[in-house]
Ligand binder design. Sequence first.
Ligand SMILES: [Fe+2]
Length: 266
Amino acid sequence: MNIAWLTDLHLNFVGRAEVERLCNAIWMAESDAVLVTGDIASSANLCRYLVYLADNLQMPVYFVLGNHDYYGSSIKQVNSEVAATVKANDHLAWLSQAGVIELTPDTCLIGHEGLADGRLGNPLGSSVDLNDYHRIKELVQTTKEDRLTVQHQLGDEAAAYLDKQLNEAVKRYRNIIVALHVPPFAEACWHEGNNTDANYLPHFGCKATGDALRAVMVTHPDISMTVYCGHGHSEGYADILPNLKVITGGAKYYNPCIADIIRIGS
Ligand SMILES: [Fe+2]
């Protein structure tokens, strides 16, 4: 099967013609399904775009959200709206609720937003102030320490979810595809061909999800895992373990396109 992988689309920044062009490209690639690794739009129009993609493409749309999808609202509110939207549309599958999805008898898909948990690099010394910390309600905190506490909690929740799904997945599948928005290892965070520095790493990686993935794969050398993620708009590839690799997708604002076609043998 062919899965069109899309990441960091930011559809709210483009017109209808660009969204239709993206859908045409997905059809032309003979895709059987779509995988979106977050930053689809922003809170005000996220669900409208999810429904548009699902109704136009008429194929499974597997997705996780990104930090931008929560802009202008709260994580709690957006998650509630997305859950209701998914419930009403058979083509939409939100991976952080969907559990283990079988793609072929050998291969499954799991995923979670896995937002940046502020544990990689130099969180307390970082001079970076993202829009996230002003436009996502839970991340608007009086002090950096308070914000990091919230980020740690979100990272731990993502890791706990992934750990639970992974322990089910390893019982039945030889290949596991993991979809995340934020790269789960420092080695998988890229900026213009180089690894992200300690100043930016707290905001561009999630240590908790990486620790969860690594722990399971170390104990299952016979199973292979490929992680697809985005967030930094800068592409790269990282071998973390002999059986664990991370593909980070690049993206350009105002030009939503297919990051890659994931081809899975039957
Ligand atoms: Fe992002």
